[in-house]
Structure formats: structure tokens, C-alpha cells
Design a protein around this ligand. Sequence first.
Ligand code: SF4
Length: 453
Amino acid sequence: MFNSDLPGRSGPDACPGALQVHAAADGGLARVRIPGGAVTAGQLRAVAAAARELGSGVIELTSRANLQVRGLRLPPDACGGAERAPAEAPDFAARMAAAGLLPSATHERARNIVASPLAGRSAAGGRDVRPLVAELDRALCARPGLAELPGRFLFALDDGSGDVAALEADVTLRPVAAADESEAALLLAGADPGLRAPSGAETAGLLAVAEAFLAERAAQGSRAWRLRELADGPVRVAARAVQLEPRLRRSAARPPEAYAAETGAGGAVGVVGQPDGRVALAVLPPLGRLTPAQAEALAAAAGDGAGEVRVTPWRTVVVPDLTPADAGRWRARLAEAGLVADPASPWLGVTACAGRPGCAKSRADVHADIRAALGDPRPDADVSRDAVRSPTDAGRIPAHWAGCERRCGRPRGRVVDVVATTHGYRVEADGVSRAFPGAEQTSAAVAATREGL
Ligand code: SF4
């Protein structure tokens, strides 16, 4: 049985968008695609204003580096159990369109593109894939047939650091070798089937893979959302892609170890040096949520107007191109605003599902429980420390709190699971499970488990 045959894959995916708003228990939930995680300061201010004036003031960062606004007010008939509420928040959509965040009504849910957050700014070098993000986004929206892509289909553009390649997107562009821009590998669902795109044909190659996925899906009579859900997906889709785009070339597949080990900044927080002498400042909004005031503070740090911030798939936000002195000042101000700027903070590596009141299935308000247990992040913000590469570099395993067994939003890999029960929480790690009656005892056990694994 394929995943696509399972009940959850029997219909179109239910990913929300800016036009197709999901009726959650706490109101409308709208997702705004920001390809490559890049958003200008002006756009971030527009999202903050919409969240404050039309919603509940919660802006979520997603694992695909998009933005989500919660609590949008919907007409009465859109709530009360209706699962979907298409186009029920026209004011929100109009604001996003005016800010340039909704360039295509037909393709908005297909614009799922992640990119290495420090591409073009990394002291480690690598390929600057940012221009390819904009090119891919434009070309994707210009192909009518690709509006049929499931909202789960993901493009990734890796600068060679391996950070977004590790996400195993449906199709990933990754340099075959550092400092070689003559050709790039197209990895399918994380595997290398030997598909290569020469310089100048990267975007055409990525789109050929997307079209090949749709064709193979139809040939298999499947409603798969992801390439890995197709039978022999990478091999069959690669074979179709070279027929659709003749500039693609077949080569010997390389094993994963043939690619450089991951060197990207991942979920780092703190100050990261750029090759031009400037620095990038990365901060973590606790539990992946920004208030409008925090979003506005980030916009101000980026210099307002056309200044840019980059949302990462690890739910951090990077402000590039600062002088070291400005980075120090903004680091302190953003920490004061409640954003985590200390790489040793206990908030690093802690994620959670929506929980109550956003999800009717939740047994607990997991966000409130975590905040009560971990406290305000501000007192922990030691702004003097340098950045670390990821939470696990600090010797801690990520912990994911969930309001029920579905564990929505759980990160990949080794994780300490914290699942709400009718009597508290259950902590699971490496096959060992223990129950705790309250959030505080749970949090202490989670902290110990994260260190001790
Ligand atoms: S894990 Fe459960 S409680 Fe949390 S968002 Fe998913 S369905 Fe809701």
C-alpha cells in the first residue's frame, strides 16, 4: 500500500494559503508563502499589521520558512465545524497582494521554495542561489499546469552547505562540488538519481522534475502529495524529467557521503560573519511565534523599506548585512523584545504544535505550559556569546511538545517527544516512556533527557 492510498491521501491536500484560509479552532489560519524565506521589511510590517488588525496577533514561522497568521475573523458560517473556508478572509488576501506577497492567485499554494538562509552571505562560501529563487518563483507561476502541484510539494535550493538538502525536499538543487557552478545535481526526495542541470538550466530542470512528478503520479493513478510516496519515485521521475528538459543530463549517482558534510548555519542564533566584513544576526522567536511588535522590531533591524530578513526552516529569523556594531545593538534590542539571541538558551531546539486554543484536538495549552515551565526568554539572553551552528551542537537533542498523539510539526530525526495526556504529559526518548502530572515536572524531565541522551 502506498501512502497515497491511505485515507489521508485520498483527496487534495488541505494546506492553507492566503486565499484558502483554514478554519481552525481559534479562527482563520492563513499561510503566506515567502519563497526562500526572504521577506522585505515593508512586507513584514504588512503581515504584522494584518495580524494585529485582522487576526489574534499571532504570526507563526513554518518548517518551510513561510509565515502563518492565526485567529483571522471569519464569517459565522465558516466556523462551527467547517473544515475549510476558501476565500473567507478577503481583507487579508487583499493586503498580502498589495504588499507583493500574493503574486499568483492560481499558484499561491505551489510556491513552496526553501533556500539556504545564508546563501551569498556565508563565510564558508558556496553558491549564491538567491537569484535562482526569484527566477524559479516567476517561472513556476508562469506554467499553468504546475498550479496542480500539491501544496506539500517542496523545492529546495542549497548553496552547497547541505543545510536545506538535509530537508529531503521533493527536488533539491545542490552543487556537485564546491566552487563549481558549471553543473548542479538535482536530488529527488533526498536521493541522487544522477540527474544533472548545467549552468543556465537550473530552473528549467527543477520545473521539469515537478512536471514529471505530476505525469508519473497520473500514470500510477496516485494522488500522492510527495515524490517519495510514488513507487520508485526518484528513478521514474528522473527518467521523465530528462525527456521533458533535454538540457538535463544523466550521470552516475553519488552516495550521500560524496557530498560535503553539512556546514550550513541551520538553526543557529547569534552573530554570523559574512565574507564582506559585515555580519548576519539570527534570532529565535520562542516556539516559532512572533508578535506583531517583534515582527516590527525585526523590520526595523533590517533597515525598513527594502531591507530584507530571511526566515529559516528552523523557525529562526536572520537579519543579514549589518555592521558588527549594529548587530550588537540590535541583538540586545531584539532580546529585550523577547526574541532569543543567546545560543545557550533553553528555548533553542524546543518546538510545539499549535495546541489549545488553536486546535480542538489538543488536550493542553502546550504553549502556555512551556512558557510557564521555561519562563520568559529575556533574562536568559546573554548577548555576549557567539553563535553555535545548531541546537544539537550545544549537546542537546530537540524536544517537541504536542497536544495529542499526532505530534504535528515534529522535527525530523532524533527527538524527545512530549505528548499531552489526560493527566499531564508523557516524555518519550529512544523508546523509553515516562509520565508526569504537571508541566513543570515534565519540563525538568525533558531538560534532563535532552542533555542525557
Ligand atoms: S498534534 Fe494534535 S493537538 Fe497538536 S496541532 Fe496536531 S492534532 Fe492538534
